[in-house]
Design a protein around this ligand. Sequence first.
Ligand code: ADP
Ligand code: MG
Length: 273
Amino acid sequence: NTPATPAHREHTAASGADLPAPAAVEVSGAHKWYGPHHVLDGIDLTVPAGQVTAVLGPSGSGKSTLLRAVNHLEKLDAGHVRVNGELIGVRRQGSRLRELAPRAIRAQRARIGFVFQGFNLFPHLTAVENVAAAPVATGRRTRAQAQERARELLAGVGLGDKGDAYPRQLSGGQQQRVAIARALALEPGVILFDEPTSALDPELVGEVLAVISALAEGGTTLIVVTHETGFAREVADDVVFLDGGRIVEQGPPEQVLVDPVHERTREFLSRVL
Ligand code: ADP
Ligand code: MG
């Protein structure tokens, strides 16, 4: 994984203005406890639309909990999340936040893609059926439309010839690319990746990172939890280093990954690099 030159996309040039892009994801004052364990300890994080944020940090630092809080798979004890300006999982009632009905939460989740470490494909469905399942279940598309779109999305991740294969007939890298196509099928405003290459054999990591890089180039908003520092350096606009449920360090990749300020970050990088 040779670090390449930072290839940051030029948002301001494209929009012709110096205004920052609007926030796609905004996490404010997020706290989460598991019993006495303070797993998220006051997280504030803003991801502008079209940008890529890489989240690094040691095991147990709260990375998965943070991602899961963004789509309300995990309920925050304090603070809130907005995606494209909309409160996630809750609504305001006077000064309090009340949880939304399950149906409303499902509708919000459908606009937030999530790709897990372990692929989580339906084993009894083909690649096309896996990708088409949610758009059909949510009534967004007919089965025929969804399957046609699924074949296009699979072609887009280099699996144009694997549409009729079952997960067990695919390599880990191919399965993860099906999972990415499945996330894209709902045309999400943001895609969350939780260590998308950690379960892969080393020789399969590159093909999955290439697909994620292509999404980044295409302007999809991404939050990627990863230990792949070369990838983060090349693709991320912003790198966040999490430790003990707090953001210890945040900034452009060439700063956080190459010249970190904090001892904890240095120590972590010396272990993963
Ligand atoms: P990371 O993804 O950075 O490895 P996690 O967000 O998965 O960290 O977990 C943060 C901490 O919260 C860990 O100490 C973990 O053991 C704990 N934890 C995570 N999920 C639960 C849960 N459902 N119940 C109790 N503790 C949990
Ligand atoms: Mg995790």
